[in-house]
Write a protein that binds this ligand. Structure first.
Ligand code: UD1
Ligand code: UDP
Length: 366
């Protein structure tokens, strides 16, 4: 039996590991061991995803919690090391690009345990993003690299990775989306806020480059407030962003914007339901760029770059600058039905996790 230690710590990690855990569990040759690092810990950022995505309780829970990058990364490493020594897994599987991802990959590779990185090779070429450092460093020490799109293969080859280590298996985040899409459609979460389908903008923002900068966050707030004058805006607020809005004294502007609805972070079904029915999704998220492309829903990403270029090349995503005029115009365009249509990237078919399980079973059996 191949023992695969599966590590997750943040909201998008849980959505990515759920199909992996299921596929490992159902595979005759793989036994999953689930570790929650505790990087995200609020019920709305963690527990709800375990319930909705039918994940079992973690076999092992660490207490990474919040803190500086070094502190958070070190804490995962310190707590995970004895677990790996004790469990002696055949492989440690990490997903995405968060601090827990890098921490687990580093810990395992120093203990000479094989590392598989799911969602490898994505590059924004912007090292101001903590995630870019995590992606480069994790890939550098991973033994098996599972990629979601063609650009990632090119990046890994350019960084000297052998073709034998790279596997184009598709997108596990889209596995979750396809599994729960019907369920989410039946939720009709927009009706809870009295919205009609395609008549509202759904907004998320949490990148530190944007929300930790008082001047930029103020421009975002002004943009939202202006869009809110024309179209309802639903804004489930990430805890980092909520904290900054209060700290920078921007709460009043938002609360006094009649069209802007500030809500708590939502569960997966509720958020998926809002994406499905939105006229436009305005975001700086990584995963949401992919989900909107998979759903064919207009998405405007408020960033200078994206590590997920296929969402622009074949999907419904556009990169837009943080400029109130540009964002207002984008909202008007999308809600008038004038957004580009897209197509589905290769292998985003709901079966990536099964392919990853099959690859691991083959390479680890040899
Ligand atoms: C992290 C990831 C980011 C990912 C995001 C997904 C890194 C470097 N960043 O960013 O790549 O896109 O998760 O959502 O790993 N907080 C709470 N409750 C929680 C979790 C966080 O209140 O359950 C607050 C704390 O004030 C904390 C802040 O949010 O300091 C930031 O949390 P952290 O995990 O450090 O980074 P994220 O911004 O969530
Ligand atoms: N998401 C959610 N509730 C929310 C906001 C996002 O369930 O209120 C889901 C979303 O559908 C996607 C994931 O969380 O699957 C994206 O997480 P996030 O934007 O926090 O992280 P990133 O993808 O940028 O790393």
């Amino acid at each position: 039996m191949i023992r695969a230690l599966l590590v997750a710590g943040t909201r998008p990690n849980f959505i990515k590991i759920a199909p992996l855990h299921r596929a490992f569990d159902q595979h005759e040759a793989i036994e999953p061991i689930l570790v929650h690092t505790g990087q995200h810990y609020d019920a709305a950022m963690s527990d709800v995803f375990f319930q909705q995505l039918e994940l079992p309780r973690p076999d092992i829970s660490l207490s990474a919690g919040s803190g500086s990058h070094a502190r958070q990364t070190a804490r995962v490493m310190q707590e995970l090391e004895p677990i790996i020594v004790e469990q002696r897994p055949d492989v440690v599987v990490v997903v995405g690009d968060v601090n827990s991802t890098l921490a687990a990959a580093l810990t395992a590779s120093k203990l000479h345990v094989l590392v598989a990185h799911v969602e490898a090779g994505l590059r924004s070429f912007d090292r101001r993003m903590p995630e870019e450092i995590n992606r480069i460093a994790t890939d550098a020490i991973s033994d098996y690299l599972f990629v979601t799109e063609a650009a990632a293969i090119k990046h890994l080859r350019e960084e000297g990775k052998a073709d034998e280590a790279i596997f184009f298996t598709g997108n596990v985040m889209i596995d979750s989306l396809r599994r729960y899409e019907e369920k989410a459609r039946s939720v009709s979460q927009h009706e809870v806020y009295g919205m009609n389908a395609r008549s509202f903008v759904l907004l998320t923002a949490h990148r530190p480059e944007l929300v930790d900068n008082p001047a930029l966050l103020a421009v975002l707030v002004e943009s939202i407030s202006r869009i809110g004058d024309r179209h309802p805006v639903l804004f489930p607020i990430h805890p980092r962003t909520r904290k900054r809005i209060v700290e920078f004294g921007l709460e009043d502007v938002l609360v006094n914007s009649a069209g802007v609805h500030l809500i708590e972070p939502l569960g997966y079904f509720e958020f998926l339901s809002l994406m499905i029915h939105a006229g436009l999704v305005l975001t700086d998220s990584g995963g949401i760029q992919e989900e909107t492309t998979a759903l064919g829903v207009p998405c405007a990403t408020i960033r200078d770059n994206t590590e997920r270029p296929c969402t622009i090349e074949v999907g419904t995503n556009e990169l837009l600058p943080l400029d109130p005029d540009v964002l207002e115009d984008a909202s008007n365009r999308a809600l008038s039905g004038l957004w580009k249509t897209g197509s589905l990237p290769l292998l985003w078919d709901g079966h990536a996790a099964e392919r990853i399980a099959a690859v691991l079973a083959t390479v680890l059996r040899d």
